[in-house]
Ligand binder design. Sequence first.
Ligand SMILES: [Zn+2]
Length: 330
Amino acid sequence: MTRKLAVWLLLCLAGGFNARAWGVIGHRVVHQMAIYGLPEPLRQFYFGERTYLLQHADRADLRRADDPDEAVRHYINIDHFGPRAAWQMPMYWTQARQKYPADTLLKHGILPWYTEQMRQRLTQAFRRRDVDSILFYSADLGHYLADAHVPFHVIQNYDGQLTGQEGIHGLWESDLPSRFLADYQLYQGNARYLAKPQVAVWEAVRRSFKLAQTALAAEHQVAAQFTQATKFEAAYPGRLMRPRHSPAFMDQYQTALGDMVAQQMRAAAQMVASYWFTCWVDAGRPSLPRPAVAPQGPVAPDQLAQELAAWRANQLHAQGWLLSQPPVKE
Ligand SMILES: [Zn+2]
């Protein structure tokens, strides 16, 4: 078994391939891209732990099955609070609590406030140089930040259910990235220090909110050329409990959206890397231990350099180096 195949199988076993936010593939790609965007010595440390970080990129979604408090951390129905709420909502939880009762806020989702709690925990983990906690919070914080970049995680009409566009959520965040990943430009540039992380995450929510309107309008236009019978697959075998769009519909919708999904993947990766970097800087730039030998075996010394070159040239997929993609037959 090749090492690439072993890593892929390990990731499959850990997560399965049913649809969740960004899809499993999307979350893993975002985390992988984020690692490349880090400065040294963080990059070397995270790269050595990439199997864990990718394996657990969707752990927060899996937790929803057991923890009733989990689901609200993945979204915010911002327009419940008014059409301009994305620009007017208090950025910090204590201020939001002064304006609204906790049960109202919890009912409509707490994503951009919960990332702040995660940011503080990751910063504390860096201060303690506690590797297990650093990895744990890095994986979860990355997940929630990536969710903030999905337009259908920030609106009430989160699956087009209010406008007869059911299924658009999974289509946008899971089916399109799975189908078109090879075509996406996946180089997002380097991490930046975030002097005001809360401003950054709310900017992401606003961008997602605006994109949701564009994505819904585009779906409406494309759907006008289809009937219900041609828009959806007649039957879809497997574990998905939702209607699945036909390949012809997916192709036209992808064309209508242009770069939108890939652009949001890049923006998510950029923000995840910037948060990880910011937490480390705020913790006083602690030295980090070299990672233990990764589960898939020692990494070739020049492997990171080769992957970085492929990332910059947008060749990760072509090289078969996206760890969440099925291995190219050798
Ligand atoms: Zn999620």
